[in-house]
Design a protein around this ligand. Sequence first.
Ligand code: ZN
Length: 248
Amino acid sequence: MILDDLFDRNVAWAQRKTRDDPTYFVRMAEQQSPNYMWIGCSDSRVTANDVLGLDPGEVFVQRNIANMVHTSDMNLLAVLEFAVETLQVRHVIVCGHYGCGGVRRALGDDRSALVDHWLQPLVMYYRKHQPLFAAISDERRRLDRMCELNVQMQFRRVAQTPIIEAAWARGQALHVHGWIYGVEDGLLRVIEPPIASLEERDALSTIDQCAIVPVEPASAIRRHAAEAFAAFPIDGAGSDPACDGCCG
Ligand code: ZN
């Protein structure tokens, strides 16, 4: 049969899970109670469970090209509403990734496909801030910068949905996060500090202001290094506590 190998892999996986935890599927069948909702890119390299090291049942997922948040996207809004109001997730994570093909498309000139309608907000944003992007001579860095800004844009958009606003208005504990994933090193980085209230959302800089002030994405490695440095200050040390590993 076609794709027999995938069914064989499935059997092997199910047997492995059962061997490691005999009640695993019994628990899974009862209900799901994830703490996290993930809005990510459809890119096959960025699978939420793998990246987060979580098992099935632990993260509620919505993916599309370039992890966009369109306020008219009934799919995303229905998933978001169910996650926030029924599953009562505590965290909504918008996660983009470096080297995103959707973002790269938005930076080009080809507008011949349906996906270009999908990416139109990015296209318009890129055109609006063209002088700022043109000042970045390295093409790869220009794409990475736009990938970061895309996260900042979608982070703001999801925080502006009536679903999130209503949750905060009724006092629900809910954090919204803006992260980016490095396909080259497998590390997640924080783009935006999490927000958990209407006041924090309203205090955010605008997405146009974001174009002017670059972010400094921080992985857990960087955070751990900064914490270690703070705990054991070394006079005259040359290493940078904010370094992602290059200082050893
Ligand atoms: Zn992508």
